[in-house]
Design a protein around this ligand. Structure first.
Ligand SMILES: Nc1ncnc2c1ncn2[C@@H]1O[C@H](COP(=O)(O)OP(=O)(O)O)[C@@H](O)[C@H]1O
Ligand SMILES: [Mg+2]
Length: 457
């Protein structure tokens, strides 16, 4: 069973074509055979007539001289054997081979063509009759000329073989044309396949229908309906997470304030104050997780960015925000910003991206370390690097840090969502993020590449 559509279509074109060629071949053979027979017979008759002309009365005797021309007509590269026989009055042999038989039916009208054998060779022969008159008396003289079949076979081959070759060539040409046609006609199908197969799992845009053959439309429509349902489902779910996170924020903020309030009132009871401090930390952590979840939900729902955002401003504002946290840990926080750093995007999400990277660097680098945020333009890309000289990430867990809720260093507070948020935001901006050891294999450098802003004209 062939599963390739192309192979099957080719088969269904070739099968009738081959049948047609077969019939045409047989017909060509038949035509060639008729032509060869006709030619052979006409030469035989001409030869018999020439011999018949030279049968004469000579002093009351009938004589048959065989003119050389009568036999020369048969000369060919095939070297046929030629036989003849001249019979007068029905039984008197005037010349030639006696064993050459006459036509079996005596009442034929001359000339007559027939097939016979002689010495085991098949012979095509013609019998031709002429009346000779001598003093009022008519004497029938029959001339028979026969020959072997080699030249006839040769002629048949010469007539037929070129036809066969022509038909073979036509078949090859037809296969080629059909193959070319099929390949080009099946291209939209292949393209559709690639379009569906190479899809980003997050990309839920419908498959393009333009330029598709009408037969493929229903399939694509069905795929698109499926994608639409999937999209609705995904967005409902995203919306749910966003709503849940949003709903949680208010009570959590309230809880935070209430705990803070309670701690101020009961300064003098150490055990209770410890418990309240614990509750306070837990509620802060819940707030952080909630905020990060909300951010992740937003990043995933982000529509394609089309506003110009200046990364100089984004990075500067993030550093301003985090400078206090850095100073608290005695970390030297610096920036190197160079040239036109505009990207197409969403300022809020890009701020979250930079903030998460700088936050990680400040958090995980030992006290007294250094963190640098670098941004530059490289061709059509804006490259953001956040480098620190902290512990870095061991190679074996580097692949996991982008997973949601994955945490490497559990001695430092965190949610495990930071780098997955960074990755989602980078991807939704058509960019990417990677982490690698920093300069001299010390610390970590996180590199984000984003498409630079293109002025529309
Ligand atoms: N600058 C860094 N230096 C060392 N380790 C890092 C750095 N940034 C991230 N990591 C590692 O990657 C893990 C995942 O980071 P992230 O997704 O931001 O989650 P979180 O910071 O909440 O733990 C961290 O737990 C940490 O082990
Ligand atoms: Mg983090």
């Amino acid at each position: 069973m062939m599963h390739s559509l192309r192979a099957r279509l080719l088969w269904w074109v070739l099968l009738p074509l081959a049948a047609f060629m077969l019939v045409a071949g047989v017909m060509a053979y038949d035509a060639a055979r008729q032509t060869a027979d006709l030619l052979q017979d006409s030469v035989l008759l001409a030869s018999a007539r020439t011999i018949g002309e030279d049968v004469q009365w000579n002093n009351g005797e009938l004589t048959a001289n065989i003119p050389p021309a009568a036999l020369e007509m048969f000369e060919s590269p095939y070297q046929d054997h030629v036989f003849y026989k001249v019979v007068a009055g029905g039984d008197r042999l005037l010349g030639g081979s006696p064993e050459l038989s006459l036509p079996s039916d005596a009442r034929v009208s001359y000339p007559v063509f027939y097939n016979t054998t002689l010495d085991g060779q098949s012979i095509r022969a013609v019998a031709f009759e002429r009346q000779l008159y001598n003093s009022g008396e008519a004497l029938p003289v029959v001339v028979v000329v026969g020959k072997t079949q080699a030249s006839r076979e040769g002629m048949l081959a010469q007539l037929w073989h070129p036809q066969l070759v022509r038909q073979g060539l036509m078949l090859v040409l037809a296969v080629l044309l059909v193959l070319i046609g099929l390949t080009s006609e099946l291209r939209p199908l292949m393209k559709l396949k690639e379009d569906v197969a190479d899809r980003d799992p997050m990309e839920l845009d419908p498959v393009r229908v333009a330029h598709l053959p009408t037969e493929l439309r229903p399939i694509v429509d069905a795929i698109n309906q499926c994608i639409a349902r999937l999209k609705l489902h995904t967005s409902t779910q995203r919306q749910f997470i966003a709503d849940a996170a949003h709903q949680l924020r208010t009570p959590l903020t309230l809880l935070d304030t209430q705990v803070e309030c309670a701690r101020q009132c009961i300064d003098d009871t150490p055990a209770l104050s410890d418990a309240l401090a614990g509750i306070h930390r837990t509620s802060r952590k819940m707030t952080e997780i909630t905020n990060q979840l909300l951010l992740l939900a937003r990043a995933e729902a982000a529509p394609s960015p089309n506003v110009s955002v200046d990364m100089t401003e984004v990075v500067s504002s993030v550093l301003e925000e985090l400078i206090l946290a850095a100073q608290r840990r005695d970390i030297d926080l610096g920036a190197e910003l160079d040239g036109d750093l505009r990207v197409a995007g969403n300022a809020q999400l890009l701020t979250a991206l930079v903030a998460n990277l700088v936050d990680n660097a400040v958090r995980y680098t030992q006290e007294g370390g250094a963190v640098t945020a670098r941004c530059r333009r490289q061709g059509a890309e804006i490259v953001l690097e956040v480098e620190d000289n902290g512990p870095g990430i061991p190679a074996e867990i580097r692949a996991h840090v982008f997973e949601r809720f994955y945490r490497g260093m559990t001695n430092v507070e965190g949610t495990g969502l930071g780098l997955s948020i960074v990755q989602r935001i980078a991807q939704s901006h058509g960019g990417s993020v990677a982490v690698a050891p920093g300069a001299g294999r010390i610390g970590l450098v996180a590199t984000v590449r984003l498409p630079a802003w293109k002025e529309k004209d």
